[in-house]
Design a protein around this ligand. Structure first.
Ligand code: NAG
Ligand code: NAG
Ligand code: NAG
Ligand code: NAG
Length: 384
């Protein structure tokens, strides 16, 4: 009788929700477990055949109570080694997949891109996922957050990434992703707010980034870039933080940099531009003061020469100004005492000379902020 009922159900529902899929989900999880080669803390002990219903008591597994389909698979910090089995692609109701902070290796199976309900894909900090980001990644049409950082991913960022129209957070940093970000990247990423591409081998961005209409925080530090290959940044409609440290940038600051649409902290936690540890030469242009909302400006450890422009005294949002380790000369402009919000200022190791401006925030900076400029004098250094 029971068998008959099952057969009838199967006939009427096909291999669909009521009977077949939940059981298939549990079978897919057992396949996933079969490709885990080491589980030193017994993280997956509860996934076993004596306890056959994976919706009841399997660690890290959560099901929808109505459909009995697996919707969350949360296996972060499990000390798991092995690979990610392609059977993950058959968990078609899955909304959250978190395998971060394990020791997983091997490729990201392309079947994962069939999970059209997936909102979170987190494979970060395994230090072992390798190969390319699947070229069909754009199939994850519900994806809001992708975290792939701190792995060994290679190849370029696939064009189909630009189809992830629900995506808000993308963290791809600390891999070996290479080449130019494809033009198609900008196609549908209209909800993207944070993009972290730092510590990769990326060489450039599309020229037109206007469609990244909500992109507020962009990390590009530690990639081999040039000012020419990142010109597209000036087309971003809206920007809070831009990190370009240690990118091998050379030559003078290009005019477009002063046209970045950096907004103030009503929209963002901070407004900052960071260009430290490059080889940028020539003067700091007067036009830098057009970035009037910027709160943190880091130009340290470059090859800037010439005088600090007095126009910087009109950048009234400035809270931090790092100019140390350059070849700046001349006097520190007196206009900088107008910067009432300035809490952190450093011009050490330059060729500045003359009297340090007195008063305002300048009464709070200690001698280390001015060290390594033989020609400077006045408080907090010895008087002139
Ligand atoms: C199977 O899982 C249950 C918990 O769900 C656990 O109590 C039991 O020890 C497990 N059996 C084996 C053989 O690991
Ligand atoms: C469970 O699935 C049903 C049917 O698809 C859906 O209506 C419901 O919102 C889901 N519940 C949860 C908590 O996801
Ligand atoms: C992607 O963008 C194109 C062009 O703007 C638009 O026609 C299409 O509907 C978008 N697709 C999605 C999934 O948002
Ligand atoms: C200023 O920069 C120098 C050189 O990098 C550093 O030694 C010093 O501690 C800095 N001063 C402050 C107050 O951070």
């Amino acid at each position: 009788m029971a068998l008959f009922l099952v057969l009838v159900l199967l006939c009427f529902t096909g291999i669909s929700d009521v009977v077949a899929k939940p059981a298939l989900d549990c079978a897919a999880l057992l396949l996933l477990k079969s490709s885990i080669t080491n589980d030193p803390i017994g993280f997956l002990t509860s996934w076993n055949k004596t306890n056959v219903n994976c919706c009841r008591g399997w660690k890290g597994v959560r099901c929808n109570k109505t459909t009995s389909r697996v919707i969350h698979l949360m296996l972060s910090n499990g000390q798991l080694s092995g690979t990610l089995h392609e059977s993950v692609g058959s968990l078609s109701s899955l909304e959250k997949l978190d395998l971060s902070y394990n020791h997983l290796t091997g490729a990201i199976p392309s079947t994962v891109t069939k999970l059209s309900r997936l909102r979170l894909l987190d494979l970060a900090y395994n230090y072992g996922f390798q190969g390319s980001i699947p070229s069909s990644i754009g199939g994850l049409s519900s994806l809001k957050r992708i975290r792939l950082q701190s792995n060994k991913l290679t190849g370029s960022v696939p064009s189909s990434f630009g189809l992830l129209s629900s995506l808000v957070y993308a963290e791809l940093d600390d891999n070996s992703l290479a080449g130019q970000i494809p033009n198609a990247f900008t196609r549908n990423l209209s909800n993207l707010a944070l993009l972290d591409l730092a510590k990769n081998k990326l060489t450039g961005l599309p020229l037109n980034l206007r469609r990244l209409a909500r992109l507020g925080i962009l990390y590009l530090s530690s990639n081999p870039l040039t000012f020419d290959t990142i010109q597209g940044l000036s087309t971003l409609p809206f920007l809070g933080e831009l990190h370009l440290d240690n990118c091998g940038l050379q030559g003078p600051i290009p005019p477009w940099l002063a046209t970045l649409k950096l907004r103030d902290s009503d929209d963002f936690l901070t407004s900052m531009l960071s260009l430290s540890s490059n080889s940028i030469s020539g003067p700091i242009p007067r036009t830098i003061s057009s970035l009037s909302s910027v709160e943190i400006l880091r130009l340290s450890s470059n090859k800037f020469s010439g005088a600090i422009p007095s126009s910087m005294g009109s950048m009234l949002s400035l809270k931090q100004l790092s100019l140390e380790n350059n070849q700046l000369s001349g006097e520190i402009p007196g206009s900088l005492v107008n910067l009432d919000l300035l809490r952190w200022f450093n011009v050490s190791n330059n060729k500045l000379s003359g009297q340090i401006p007195q008063g305002g925030a300048f009464s709070t900076f200690d001698a280390s902020c001015f060290a390594g400029n033989p020609g400077l004098c006045g408080k907090p250094l010895p008087s002139c």
